[in-house]
Design a protein around this ligand. Structure first.
Ligand code: SF4
Ligand code: SF4
Length: 242
């Protein structure tokens, strides 16, 4: 994002809306520090930020690499060029009824690295993906971060990505339940070196008796967890056949 200095009257209205404090006021003019700006798009939405001068605009290069990496992983309204899906990851398991990505006997894992106000860089994301690559994890092909990998087998990212800061990035993959304990051990170990926050989502289908298979495993491994359910009431059709 950029601010047209000729239009800006230095009212300061836009400043508190930036989640990372990238909008600065100098000599009664606001400007955006491009290195700090994550391109989340908030300050440019005129239904949120009522700039009296209409002075905040997208920069010309925001949809080109490397700037576009920030945009696609920070602005929930932006559609990823590779996947055509808006937001920071894929639709994850919200559409599992029709995609069948996570099958019975499997567990889907989503690791959301970074949050608004804190953000992350791909240097942090790579610490996790490299550690997991060491135990043979295959990353979700449709996830936009996989498209930024230099070598998915090693879990490494291209240099352009590693120089970019973003609001967050979601690592996604699916494993058999039998591999869950080892995978969680690796995540727990690598978490000690991560310089941001991350959340860990485990996705599994219910057993026919209503129990959650990963619940047993998590309890055994000593993890605290909070079960959530997603129901597509009549919308998830046609069901994916196993
Ligand atoms: S709201 Fe508009 S006029 Fe006011 S400081 Fe921000 S850019 Fe300048
Ligand atoms: S696009 Fe987002 S991160 Fe960049 S200056 Fe605007 S509010 Fe801040």
């Amino acid at each position: 994002m950029i601010i047209n200095a000729e239009k800006c009257v230095g009212c300061g209205i836009c400043i508190p809306y930036c989640p990372v404090g990238a909008i600065k006021l100098n000599n009664k003019k606001a400007h955006i520090e491009l290195e700090e700006c994550l391109e989340c798009g908030t300050c440019g939405r005129d239904y949120i930020v009522k700039c009296p001068q209409n002075a905040i605009k997208e920069s010309a290069d925001v949809y080109e690499r490397p700037r576009s990496i920030r945009k696609y992983f920070s602005d929930p309204m932006a559609y990823h060029v590779e996947t055509k899906v808006p937001g920071r990851g894929t639709e994850e398991v919200k559409t599992n009824d029709v995609t069948g990505r996570v099958k019975k006997g499997e567990v889907g894992i989503g690791i959301e690295v970074g949050r608004p106000c804190l953000g992350t860089s791909y240097v942090e994301v790579e610490k996790i993906t490299k550690a997991l690559a060491g135990i043979g994890i295959t990353y979700e092909e449709d996830n936009p971060i996989t498209h930024l990998m230099e070598d998915p087998e090693k879990g490494t990212f291209i240099e352009e990505a590693k120089k970019s800061r973003v609001v967050s990035a979601i690592i996604e993959f699916t494993i058999p339940v039998s591999k869950m304990a080892k995978t969680l051990e690796v995540i727990k170990e690598v978490s000690k070196s991560i310089d941001t926050v991350f959340s860990l989502d485990l996705i599994s289908r219910l057993e026919s008796d209503g129990t959650i298979p990963v619940e047993r495993e998590l309890t055994k491994l000593g993890f605290e967890f909070r079960p959530n359910a997603k129901l597509n009431l009549g919308l998830g059709r046609p069901l994916k056949e196993e």
